[in-house]
Design a protein around this ligand. Structure first.
Ligand code: GLN
Length: 561
């Protein structure tokens, strides 16, 4: 079917498209706006699907440093994607696939492969029409496959970036081809407040809209990202200068907890205006009661527990965003606020002989320890020391992927006397490779998308902590790693008090392990954080937080005596 015929089908199905672009600068929360729109529409009873367009040339972010790009979110079908997909899944309560993450790299790869296969024989391949057509085809195929009421599209980057232009051109064309009021374009723009002038400034937004107009796009709606309430004067000015109706100018303010934004946007009439734009005669209201309940829970939480995240990537919390969200959410449902301290693993290692030093004192004061995923050697010894602290001091511990490996390496070194125990990822020249590569991984040299990725089944052994958490014998979790616990050592570990409570049956690989004689020391080879959401906390995070709170209460009691 050609593109025109596919577009006709999409129109017949009455699919409505919503695009979100960003203006002035990055990090103003396009993902949060898209999530909010999705939450409002979904809770008004509409079906939604969502796609993120990333203008970078990497095929996916899998090979980028988390410090460069933030967390790599993994979908159920094993795609390594932008962290915004995590926001979407957590808030909209949807399960996305690799089709929701499109980069320029993927588009160019497809076009260039087509060229080699002779698809364009005789023609000169150009950005326009070939690359733009490839983008349009992807979007329309996605819409046809999803058959949802709304397709939300977030365009990464900032308007004015050269890389984004092919995506904006695709939107310009599709908008025309779909016909009137089939695509609603939101432009989220930063509106600064200048404290020295006591004034909110609209000029950066005006310029960003001029840039859009230069590309043939006039936004239908403006979302103003501001630090404080924007009153009517700047809104009127923006309406005139940008050519956007006042009723379609919304404010995106900073809220804690962030979910309050959903309530605010509903109050501003966002959901209703969207429906009006698309000609829905009786707009539906969004039922946000579940989010309201969560917000009340958060507000009622009076106690603070402190959780340490033993991190390698320091400077921004984006590399650990899903882990942090999962920890916080587990706190909400236990009615505790989580005071999260990010401890630099390397620092623990550097200061290992100085227990009175700041970093060790900080670790000693926490109520729970989480060791998240990670790659390469840097910081490993510090993570092992943190696991040792947790085991010896009965502090609840949750190990995620690398965190499981670290927990087992520590056990081998301290309890089993295997002083050189390690993962072959960090040292190949050892007698006790307790974590190593499977033979099938050994031959792989290419780096992109070659790990054990996506969903795998895990059999849970009854009577274990893992079973207590999940309450069932078969679960499915998402993976992103190359190395595995080395089964050669399984018996010795088991005899010394490690319970292998979850196994991938087909290959008999260790998925979950826990330490006996400890209130809660558990590690999983998977990434359960990708399946946790504020409204449905993942069982392993809940198990961990229950143990943290239990210990906290006990400690308080003993401290009183
Ligand atoms: N580096 C480890 C591995 O590849 C752990 C990966 C992770 O934590 N995601 O197995």
């Amino acid at each position: 079917m050609n593109l025109q015929a596919k577009i006709k089908k999409v129109i017949e199905h009455d699919t409505k498209f919503i695009t979100v672009t960003g203006g002035v600068c990055s990090s103003i929360g396009k993902g949060v706006l898209v999530s909010s729109i999705g939450v409002l529409l979904k809770n008004a009873g509409y079906t939604i699907s969502v796609v993120k367009w990333d203008p970078y040339l990497n095929v996916d972010p899998g090979t980028m440093s988390p410090l460069e790009h933030g967390e790599v979110f993994v979908t159920a079908d094993g795609a390594e994607t932008d962290l915004d997909l995590g926001h979407y899944e957590r808030t909209m309560q949807v399960q996305l696939t690799r089709k929701s993450s499109v980069s320029s790299g993927q588009i160019f790869e497809q076009v260039l492969q087509g060229e080699r296969e002779g698809k364009y024989l005789g023609r000169c391949i150009q950005l326009l029409p070939h690359v733009v057509d490839a983008i349009k085809n992807r979007l329309i195929d996605f819409a046809l496959e999803q058959q949802s009421d709304f397709v939300l599209i977030e365009i990464g980057g900032t308007v004015g970036d050269m890389e984004g232009n092919i995506f904006l051109e695709a939107i310009r064309q599709i908008r025309l081809e779909l016909g009137k009021n089939k695509l609603l374009h939101f432009h989220l723009s930063y509106v600064p407040y200048l404290s020295w002038a006591h004034e909110i400034k609209t000029k950066p937004t005006q310029h960003s809209v001029y840039a859009l107009k230069g590309l043939g796009l006039i936004p239908d709606s403006l979302a103003l990202r501001a630090e404080q309430y924007v009153d009517s004067k700047p809104i009127e000015k923006l309406s005139v200068m940008c050519g956007v109706e006042k009723e379609y100018i919304f404010q995106v303010l900073t809220y804690t907890p962030i979910y309050r934004l959903f309530l605010d946007l509903e109050q501003q009439g966002l959901c209703e205006k969207i429906q009006q734009y698309f000609g829905v005669s009786i707009p539906r209201k969004s039922d946000l009661s579940a989010w309201r309940q969560l917000i009340s829970l958060i507000e009622e939480s009076k106690t603070d527990v402190t959780i340490a995240l033993i991190a390698k990537y320091i400077g921004s919390n984006d590399p650990y965003i899903s882990v942090i969200e999962a920890i916080r959410s587990a706190g909400y449902w236990n009615k505790v606020n989580v005071n999260l301290v990010v401890i630099e693993a390397e620092q623990l290692e550097k200061e290992k002989d100085n227990p009175e030093g700041e970093v060790w004192k900080e670790l000693a004061s926490v109520d729970g320890i989480v060791v998240p995923g990670g790659f390469d050697k840097r910081g490993i010894e510090g993570k092992i020391l943190a696991a040792r602290w947790a085991r010896e001091h009965q502090v609840p511990y949750l190990g995620l992927c690398l965190g499981l490996q670290v927990m087992l390496i520590e056990f081998a070194r301290s309890v089993l006397g295997m002083s050189d125990a390690n993962s072959t990822e960090f040292n190949k020249d050892i007698q006790h490779p307790v974590v190593s590569l499977l033979t099938e991984q050994q031959a792989i040299e290419r780096k992109g998308a070659t790990m054990r990725l996506g969903t795998y089944p895990c059999k849970i052994i009854p009577g274990t902590l893992a079973y207590k958490a999940y309450g069932k014998e078969l679960v499915h979790e998402r993976h992103r790693h190359r190395y595995e616990f080395n089964n050669v050592f399984r018996d010795v570990f088991a005899q010394a008090g490690v319970v292998f409570s979850g196994v991938y049956p087909e290959k008999d690989l260790v998925e979950i392990a826990e330490i006996k004689d400890h209130p809660c020391m558990i590690g999983t080879q998977a990434h359960p954080e990708f399946k946790s959401s504020p409204l449905a906390v993942h069982p392993l995070f809940k198990l961990f937080m229950d143990a943290v709170v239990e210990r906290f209460i006990q400690k308080k009691k003993t401290d009183q005596y």
